[in-house]
Design a binder for this molecule. Structure first.
Ligand SMILES: *Cc1c(COP(=O)(O)O)cnc(C)c1O
Length: 495
């Protein structure tokens, strides 16, 4: 098997191994690592349908992480996809209302980020060993809610690592906040920032780009890395579950080998849907990739017009993990539709930084034909939750409802009615107030945990253990800082 290297989206001549790309997170030029080619599926869907989640994970990941040995990669996979997940299927498919919901929320933080963040710490410490890194790895992460907790629980007490998470003080749900501020582990540090998610993300990116700060910390034995969705160590594990979903449909006789499916993804930073795109490029029979946005509809406008414009009001919605105006992973897609041209991509990203917008060419738009953009209003989100529950008894969270609604809009556009898989990115137990409020206004007066108990009764599902645990957990993190104060907080935590 030939080695696969990673290039930069922003300059020529960058060529690193998978393990180096995982360790660095971001390229020195500020670009993202992209695979120099997309490998083909190593086995047919029929063959893969005979395997369990771990088996499929190995088959897909080994094609991208070619400098990991079989033993190393299997050890990472086994350590990640074990009984931390509350079902041996890891990512079960549930049929409801004419679509298949791919439940990606059976891990420790009951949201889809666990799918990648349970394995990233293992990939990273393995990569460090392979590259003779002696410094402690310091993970800096900006979160709009779910990444933070998933990264914290992935890295907590992993030897040789520390993790610092920044979240927007008023931009996460009470449950999300509670999950983060109760995080245990002496190597964890959680900070609320007076700003929105983009401020947190920009602040973290600035620290990564700050050479003086890096050198200062290197001197003290620390090396920055990123657990954000730009890390290819997160992107690659996400490709797995799309392949897995297809093979389950096949195994259950819902589709025939080779049948195309549509995939709908509730999108924020464009990481999850980009993974679906790579799955398609690997040869998985996916017809359309439906990018669902909430009222922060930058991506919808982009797919409609070819103009990416972040100059607009930032809206706090009931799907906070998608409240994003700069979708970092879109840069990889831009690179691909520019014909893998880093100079062109670099220029567009510079324009975005300087003016807040850019326009792609007609030729680039042509190459986005497999994508469809939709957005769902707050009201549409509520209606979808309520309608699906009253029709089927199945309860979905707000993010998934944004996608469910987009799916309905897509299919009513006279698109080919194929089997459709909707990425279900969070458990409804994570957003009980919005979910229960959508089902009936009478719930609005209840406390969060009373809502959770009511949700359990209504859905007939037990309260997930990770939610049950935070009910009484003590708060361990109380730091609040201003946007400009982020580097100071990092210095203090690392002394
Ligand atoms: C992060 C997240 C998303 C958005 O995923 P991206 O990869 O950033 O596009 C959607 N839903 C939930 C629940 C999330 O946590």
């Amino acid at each position: 098997m030939s080695d696969l290297f990673y290039n930069s989206t922003r300059s020529e001549g960058v060529k690193v191994s998978a393990s180096e790309a995982i360790l660095k997170g971001l390229c020195d030029d500020g670009g993202l690592f992209v695979p120099e080619r997309v490998p083909a599926l190593p086995k047919t869907p029929s063959e893969l349908s005979q395997m369990d989640y771990r088996g499929v994970a190995y088959e897909i990941m080994k094609e991208f992480l070619t400098d990991f040995t079989e033993q190393e990669l299997k050890a990472c996979i086994n350590a990640a996809y074990d009984d931390k997940f509350d079902t041996p299927e890891i990512a079960p498919l549930k049929e409801a209302g004419g679509a298949y919901y791919l439940e990606l929320f059976h891990g420790r933080t009951v949201a889809f980020k666990d799918m990648a963040l349970s394995i990233l710490p293992h990939l990273m410490t393995t990569a460090a060993r392979k590259n003779q890194i002696r410094e402690e790895i310091v993970i800096l992460t900006a979160t709009s809610g779910d990444t933070g907790k998933a990264a914290l629980s992935g890295f907590a007490d992993v030897p040789g690592t520390r993790i610092i998470v920044f979240f927007p003080k008023d931009g996460v749900s009470p449950i999300q906040r509670q999950q983060m501020v109760t995080q245990t582990g002496d190597n964890t540090f959680v900070v609320a920032v007076n700003g929105n998610f983009d401020d947190c993300q920009t602040g973290v990116k600035k620290m990564f780009g700050d050479k003086a700060l890096s050198l200062e910390l290197l001197d003290k034995g620390f090396r920055f890395s990123s657990a954000n969705s730009i890390n290819i160590g997160r992107l690659v594990p996400q490709i797995v579950y799309y392949v897995y979903a297809y093979t389950r449909l096949l195994k259950d006789g819902k589709i025939a080998d080779g049948d195309e499916i549509h995939v709908v993804v509730p999108t924020g930073n464009f990481g999850n849907i980009l993974a679906a795109y790579y799955a398609k490029r690997m040869g998985l029979p996916i017809s359309k990739l439906i990018c669902a946005s909430n009222e922060n509809k930058v991506l919808y406008d982009f797919f409609q017009t070819g103009v990416y414009d972040r100059n607009r009001e930032f809206i706090l919605t009931s799907s906070p993990s998608m409240d994003i105006l700069i979708s970092s992973n879109l840069e990889r897609m831009i690179y691909h539709i520019a014909g893998n041209d880093p100079l062109r991509t670099g220029e567009l990203m510079k324009e975005l930084r300087e003016t807040g917008h850019y326009t792609i060419t007609d030729e680039m738009r042509e190459r986005l034909q497999d994508f469809r953009g939709f957005y769902t209003s707050e009201q549409g989100t509520r209606e979808k939750i309520k309608q699906l529950f009253s029709d089927t008894g199945y309860i979905i969270d707000t993010h998934t409802a944004v996608a469910g609604h987009a799916c309905d809009s897509f299919l009513s556009d006279n698109e080919q009615p194929l089997t459709t898989v909707i990425a279900s990115t969070a458990s409804p137990f994570k957003f009980p107030r919005s979910v229960m409020g959508a089902i009936d206004e009478k719930y609005e007066s209840l406390e969060d945990f009373a809502l959770i108990d009511e949700l359990s009764r209504l859905s007939g599902l037990p309260v997930p253990a990770p939610i049950e645990e935070i009910r009484k957990a003590p708060v361990r993190h109380r730091t609040v800082c201003e946007i400009e104060g982020m580097p100071k907080v990092v210095r203090e935590f690392l002394h």
